[in-house]
Design a protein around this ligand. Structure first.
Ligand code: FES
Length: 263
């Protein structure tokens, strides 16, 4: 068998790893770099456990606050109680993390960039075997459809946070600062990412034999399908928006910058 190819009977015996002459490695390299940097930043911020509230703003990494040890102003639900001593971000991190890790688009992105499986179209992967997603462990990726429903709850909470950012630090309505716009933009990006999700498309229009008998669901499916065509774009934009929102709150909460106030 030629070097660098998968031992599949009937596969063309091509000695080169790829016949592509373009810079096919650039996209997986960029994907790897950006995702790796995001993982480093998100891990650091999730464990930092400070500078995540700058009234009336709260970082999306720390909302909702499920523990009782959150910073004042985090709107703590407190259902986990006093026994939780670690960063409250660690309680909610598994949900957005699981949603993105199992996302159809991100799967393609990190299979290519982290596992090189394959690194690009028409480029042989280094692995000898490929068992696909129909068996353990990758069959677990099917859990994505449940993460989708969970993330709708998180999106709703972050939208409420964004609306609450129209209150001033004293809690009175009628405030708008740059942070308000940042939180609103982040909520919009997260909704676009979730509403363009493949599971969303299936939820609104799947398992129907006759679209003509379900005109409302057909209309919804048509709209979600339009969003779905741009899902990779929203996957990246929302990733950046979450990081930028958290970083903005960090800067304001730590006193590095002052939130510009419009009214
Ligand atoms: S397919 Fe990407 S979030 Fe569902």
């Amino acid at each position: 068998m030629a070097t660098g190819t998968i031992s599949t009977p009937g596969r063309a015996k091509i000695a080169e790893r790829t016949l592509r002459t373009d810079r096919w490695w650039l996209q997986p390299l960029i994907t790897f770099t950006v995702l790796f940097l995001f993982i480093i930043y998100a891990t650091w911020r999730a464990f930092a456990n400070k500078y995540y509230v700058a009234k009336p703003y709260i970082s999306p990494f720390y909302s909702p606050c499920l523990a009782a040890n959150c910073e004042p102003g985090a709107g703590e639900v407190g259902i986990i109680g006093q026994w939780w001593k670690l960063s409250p971000a660690l309680l909610i991190l598994p949900f957005p993390l699981g949603f993105r890790l199992t996302c159809y688009y991100y799967r393609k992105a990190y299979y290519r960039s982290f596992w090189l499986s394959p690194p690009a179209c028409a480029v042989a992967e280094p692995h000898k075997k490929y068992s696909g997603e129909t068996r353990f462990p990758l069959i677990i990726q099917n859990i994505h459809r449940y993460f989708f429903w969970a993330l709708l709850i998180f999106n709703t909470i972050l939208t409420i946070d964004a609306i609450a950012a129209f209150r001033n630090p004293q809690g009175e309505w009628g405030h708008m600062g740059l942070g308000t716009l940042v939180l609103i933009a982040n909520a919009v990006c997260l909704w676009m990412y979730s509403l363009s999700c493949h599971s969303c498309r299936h939820a609104v229009g799947g398992r129907l034999n006759h679209f003509s008998k379900h005109p409302v669901r057909y209309w919804m499916w048509t709209q979600v399908s339009k969003f779905n065509a741009h899902h990779p774009k929203w996957a990246w934009i929302s990733l950046f928006s979450v990081a930028i929102t958290d970083f903005y709150v960090l800067l304001v909460a730590s006193g590095t910058i002052t939130d510009p106030k419009f009214f």
